[in-house]
Design a protein around this ligand. Structure first.
Ligand code: NAP
Length: 476
């Protein structure tokens, strides 16, 4: 397929990468295996388009972005089905993701119109001080497979609104919906060179994006391991970075919590998108007094989740992204059981006839878990929920903050003073207080510690694509 979009033209390569449906193993489509020289041409096109795009009034840029949003919504069903086929998530979630992608363009259409500078007090009558906010320049957008359209949309919309040009490199596992999104961006009359897309091997393309001097910004969502590597590589040309990396979110259930709300919240926070979300609740910490009731209700709710291909009506748990993900989930469950945990439900491959062709893993609850287990230390990135008991607030916070990550944390309590106290002490960029979704389009999303830095979403997101210029004027 022609999936390289460089300087307003679609191109193909002699070699391609096949994209598989994780529910069936069937090939859904293929994309070009772009090379380093393609990435160089894309960066050069973005650099050429940079001056003209930054000169387009924000109001006019907003018209283009609103048009992208309208086109995405017009094609919502088609995009959602493609997303489910390449990524596996239930169709209802895919529709939500596409809707969210459209909303990013609408949001940033307006946010771009509100970028403002300052006029500052000057120390003498004949002098003036101004502060201008300017686009940072060519921005490399590197995205993961778990939110293949929303992550490209959020970064690209904010970059374009700020007046930056873009070279996007989507995940090789799920590049198809990004390709379709860029086709819609083209249809919205975004000029050639403003958005470029290069599919293909990460090392080759990524190496260009991290080293080419014209790239001034790298906005990356993915694993902490790759984020560290990009950070090191980008240091040679001192690029601005925003890194949305891995997480190991704790979810704390205190003894005074609303039990139903906590159970429902924990199911959502752990099992949405099969647990393949950076802010998934990886560890469920429950106060000992409420643990028996929580365990019973939580296990029943998890066992009732419908595991089925994402396109099947009512599916709540689709396949994991690939065989490697299933092997990791199996390894984490086995390690926990070997170290003394009890498996209360799930924890094995799906064996129903409609599941055997895909990478399905039955959602698991593990009781009596501890910090030494893999499941409490590494991102499982799959539907496995370890229950860890605690006695008091200090112990819960110490366990919550134990990992090198700091993306999200959740707490369920009805006591106001405790809610504030605990939220203040949790090392996380995003907190869900009796709220399993923990974020919205207007909120800043991003981590602390090894979960990265920089914020996406709301008016905070556009800041990542702006630089501040100070102008001192003498009229003397
Ligand atoms: P990944 O392996 O780090 O890959 C992410 C992206 O980086 C992909 O496009 C990948 O391309 C590319 N990449 C890999 N090596 C590269 C290199 N050397 N240079 C340039 N690009 C390179 O992550 P993933 O497995 O796709 O996604 C899962 C991870 O993302 C989890 O750790 C999750 O927590 C994290 N995540 C974080 C957030 C957040 O907001 N904090 C959101 C979603 C996901 P290829 O696919 O071609 O290898």
């Amino acid at each position: 397929m022609k999936s390289l979009y460089i300087d307003g033209r679609w191109e193909e390569c002699e070699t391609t990468i096949a994209v598989q449906d994780p529910a069936t193993g069937e090939v859904v489509g293929d994309v070009a295996r772009g090379r380093a020289e393609d990435a160089v041409r894309a960066v050069e096109a973005a650099e050429r388009a940079r001056q003209s795009w930054r000169g387009v009034p924000a109001d006019v840029r907003a018209v283009r972005l609103r048009r992208v949003a309208a086109l995405v919504l017009e094609h919502q069903e088609k995009l959602a089905r493609l997303l489910t086929r390449e990524q596996g998530k239930p169709l209802a979630d895919a529709r939500g993701e596409v809707q969210s992608a459209a909303e990013q363009f609408l949001w940033y259409a307006e946010e771009g119109r509100r970028v403002q500078g300052d006029v500052l007090q000057a120390p003498a009558p004949g002098r003036r001080f101004w502060v201008w906010r300017e686009p940072v320049g060519v921005s490399a957008v590197i995205t993961p497979w778990n939110y293949p359209i929303q992550t490209v949309a959020r970064k690209t919309a904010a970059a374009l609104a700020a007046g930056c040009t873009v070279v996007a490199k989507p995940s090789s596992l799920t590049p198809l919906s990004a390709v379709e999104l860029v086709r819609l961006i083209e249809q919205a009359d975004v000029p050639p060179g403003v958005v470029n897309l290069v599919t293909g091997p990460a090392d080759e393309i990524g190496g260009v994006l991290t080293s080419h001097p014209a790239v001034r910004k790298i906005t990356f969502t993915g694993s902490t391991e790759v984020g560290k590597r990009l950070m090191a590589e980008a240091s040679s040309t001192v690029k601005s970075l925003s890194l949305e990396l891995g997480g190991h979110a704790p979810l704390l259930v205190f003894e005074d919590a609303d039990l139903n709300a906590a159970v429902k919240g924990a199911v959502t926070a752990r099992f949405r998108s099969m647990g393949q979300i950076c802010h998934s609740a990886n560890r469920i910490l429950v106060h000992r007094d409420i643990l028996p009731a929580f365990r019973e209700a939580f296990t029943a709710a998890v066992a009732a989740l419908k595991v089925a291909p994402g396109l099947e009506p009512g599916s709540q748990i689709g396949p994991l992204i690939n065989e490697e993900a299933v092997l990791r989930a199996e390894r984490h469950v086995r390690d926990a059981v070997d170290r003394g945990a009890s498996l209360l439900t799930g924890g094995e491959r799906g064996r129903d006839p409609n599941l055997v062709g895909g990478t399905f893993f039955l959602p698991a609850v593990l009781d009596n878990c501890g910090p030494e287990m893999l499941v409490a230390r590494e991102e499982t990135f799959g539907p496995v929920a370890p229950l860890i008991p605690f006695e008091d607030e200090d112990e819960a916070i110490a366990e919550a903050n134990r990992t090198p990550y700091g993306l999200a944390a959740y707490l369920f309590t009805r006591e106001l003073a405790r809610a504030i106290r605990v939220a203040e002490r949790l090392d996380a960029g995003v907190i869900g207080l009796n709220d399993a979704r923990a974020s919205g389009i207007s909120t800043p999303f991003g981590g602390v510690k090894e979960s990265g830095f920089g914020r996406e979403g709301g008016h905070y997101g556009i800041e990542e694509f702006l630089v501040t210029k100070s102008i001192a004027v003498s009229m003397e």
